[in-house]
Design a protein around this ligand. Structure first.
Ligand code: SF4
Length: 386
């Protein structure tokens, strides 16, 4: 019998207490009844997929994200977790990683107890900044002190794998305030740190403010300096950068996110969630009424089967986000061709310009720091002709 394939599972919780001013994620505030109805629909969707995957797959990682999953009551979280445990009865082992995203100010002791009961072993805390004035400017609901309290409770309860999300380019942020945030976070010693740049998305209050000239963002030089500072300070403290914006202590890389960057298969469960499964990319419906009323299968109609060319391009784009880059043997195994042959004549010029490099034993290619700075230019070379 063919051995089972690994599959990752993302579960979207589209609720937040209030919208942050920069956020364009699919999330909104909701009543307790609305959340109950949503959990019911999630369970239905899980049951739909269980029948389709149980013979061929095992669940390798789970990520409950949002939104704010800790916006659910502990009872609602238990309902979801309990259903997940029943769902995975076909797994011979528990998943290798089970992450839950949490926001400071919404984590309570009953939440933590339920998280332990349902098997969560990694928590991702959205801090963004340790400076209260910056948090306020972002429209976050919590203070730095709320975060320290949540972090402390998680540690006391035995969570040994915690990520902290940070943000650079916050309006009014300076090198000094960003450095202070990094220092405060490093003093806590989380296992994993992500630092993403603020992107002003259309349709958000920040976008409107920018249009009106009321959003004072750090300039490009400051942005570069923050990026370099992150790398230097984190590496000094033993965090290895393994993706453009992600750093981890030894052995603590996020396996779930690696699934995305290595183009592994994953199912997105919940409102608007995206999947890559059986060679196809597809997304769930984004309208809540529609999501609740559909039975079992919540997918939009446009299921896109990737051509081999698209798959090869995506594999290169996603793989080059990792600092270790693309494995050449893996590429050959997956596509039956040598990457160097496919991109013959295109790699050498990039290497000569020190934008791309090859590992010592010639089994990987990766972006250099210079290459990361102009990654759009480098990645364009990985588009294939029709
Ligand atoms: S907590 Fe996260 S998902 Fe919710 S509004 Fe803020 S940024 Fe968006």
């Amino acid at each position: 019998m063919k051995s089972k394939q690994p599959l990752s599972l993302y579960i979207h919780i589209p609720f937040c207490i209030q919208k942050c001013l920069y956020c364009d994620f699919l999330s909104a505030s909701a009543s307790d009844d609305a959340k109950d109805a949503y959990i019911g629909a999630l369970l239905e969707e899980l049951a739909f997929w269980k029948e389709r995957i149980k013979m061929q797959y095992y669940i390798r990682t789970i990520f409950i994200g949002g939104g704010t999953p800790t916006c659910l009551s502990p009872e609602q979280l238990f309902r979801l977790g309990d259903a997940l445990q029943q769902f995975f009865t076909f797994n011979e082992e528990p998943p290798m990683e089970f992450t839950l995203e949490a926001n400071p100010g919404t984590v309570t002791k009953p939440h933590i107890q339920i998280m332990k009961e349902i098997g969560v072993d990694r928590v991702s805390l959205g801090l963004q900044s340790a400076q209260n004035a910056e948090l306020k400017r972002l429209g976050r609901i919590h203070t730095y002190e709320d975060f320290v309290e949540s972090y402390g409770m998680l540690r006391e309860s035995g969570f040994h794998n915690i990520n902290i999300d940070l943000m650079a380019d916050i309006p009014g942020q300076t090198i000094g305030s960003y450095q202070a945030t990094l220092g405060q976070v490093l003093a806590l010693g989380p296992e994993h740190i992500s630092s993403y740049n603020l992107i002003v998305e259309e349709g958000t209050p920040f976008y409107q403010m920018q249009e009106e000239g009321k959003l004072l963002l750090p300039d490009e030089d400051t942005d570069r300096e923050m990026y370099e500072l992150t790398r230097r300070l984190l590496e000094e403290k033993g965090y290895k950068r393994y993706e453009i914006s992600n750093y981890a202590k030894e052995g603590k890389q996020c396996l779930h996110n690696l699934t995305y960057w290595e183009m592994g298969e994953y199912l997105g469960i919940g409102l608007g969630a995206s999947s890559y499964f059986d060679g196809c990319r597809f997304s769930n419906v984004r309208d809540m009424g529609c999501y609740l009323s559909r039975h079992g299968d919540k997918r939009e109609d446009d299921i896109h089967k990737l051509s081999k060319k698209e798959e090869m391009e995506e594999f290169a784009f996603l793989g080059l986000r990792k600092t270790e880059g693309i494995s050449l043997p893996e590429y050959k195994k997956r596509f039956g061709v040598d990457l160097k042959e496919i991109y013959c004549g295109r790699l050498e010029p990039l290497m000569k310009k020190h934008l791309l490099a090859e590992s010592g034993n010639h089994d990987r290619i990766y972006l250099t720091n210079l290459g990361i700075d102009v990654s759009n230019v480098v990645l364009a070379e990985f588009l294939l002709d029709d």
